[in-house]
Design a binder for this molecule. Sequence first.
Ligand code: ZN
Length: 329
Amino acid sequence: MTSATTSDAYLRSALVERRHHLQQALTVRPDADFSSLLLQVDAALARLDHGEYGYCETCHERIEPERLLRDPLEEYCSDHPLPSEQERIRRDLELARQIQLGLLPRPGLAIDGWHYGFRYEAAGEVGGDFCDVIVRRTSGETLVLVGDVSGKGVAASMLMSHLVGTFRSLAPLELPTGQLLARVNDLFHDSSSMSTYATLAAASLWPDGSVDLYSAGHWTPLLRRHDSIQRTVVPAGLPLGLFPASAYTPARLQLAPGDALLFFTDGVVDAENDRDEYFSLPRLTHALAAADSHDIQGLVDHCLRDLRQFQRSQEAADDVLILGVKRRT
Ligand SMILES: [Zn+2]
């Protein structure tokens, strides 16, 4: 369907065919629904004759061809769906939101002396940020994942759930974490389009307080030790899905009781206020240092509160995810 004329000819034949079937149906079973559909088909044919067919009733712009091909009686473009359609979309998104929330870790998790807290706030109903906490029984480590899929909204949320599923299925295999990341990278690369990728910060936490940190093009976590905050340095790895056969090398840290790591996504540091200023890493560092909470969820909440106060009335443009993990005192 390349030209408007071919498309119009095709749509006219589709309408004429519907008209024929409706007339046949009416001869065997006179039906009010059939009659009203016949009237709609006739009205669409008349609009075609007058060159008025295929324009949105609300904005008077062209209705997308694929939308008309799906339903030649369509009178609204995809930006201006009818209230009944809006309601269906709203219900679908709400269901998708519930499914996505169900993929997040349980609140208040504590495993092998590590305590977890997090906040996930999608900019829309669903988001492309993700986090997970996976216990790896064979090695005895706990795997922490915090990431951000390229793009936004429903498409990003589908990729996010795909990634979470891939990690959960591969995690029980006895692969060291670096190799696990490489395997997930290859699978994600094979199954997604050229322009999609995900950045990820990962950590293997061991019961003795040691931590292996990995980065796939993502912000490395902040380390809160007593009341000082340090940026962690991790060998750079490429985002997941960009290139096959990427390698991921860890940096090893030793956390003392009470030490905490704070993972976060772009949406946190890139959040803007109404003066076009970014929240940025120094403000996040300051928020983390100023938090007096000894409870890790309290620490995360404090940082998010600071961020929202900074943004004030400015609407969030991106998903926000903050995850904290603290070694038991
Ligand atoms: Zn419209």
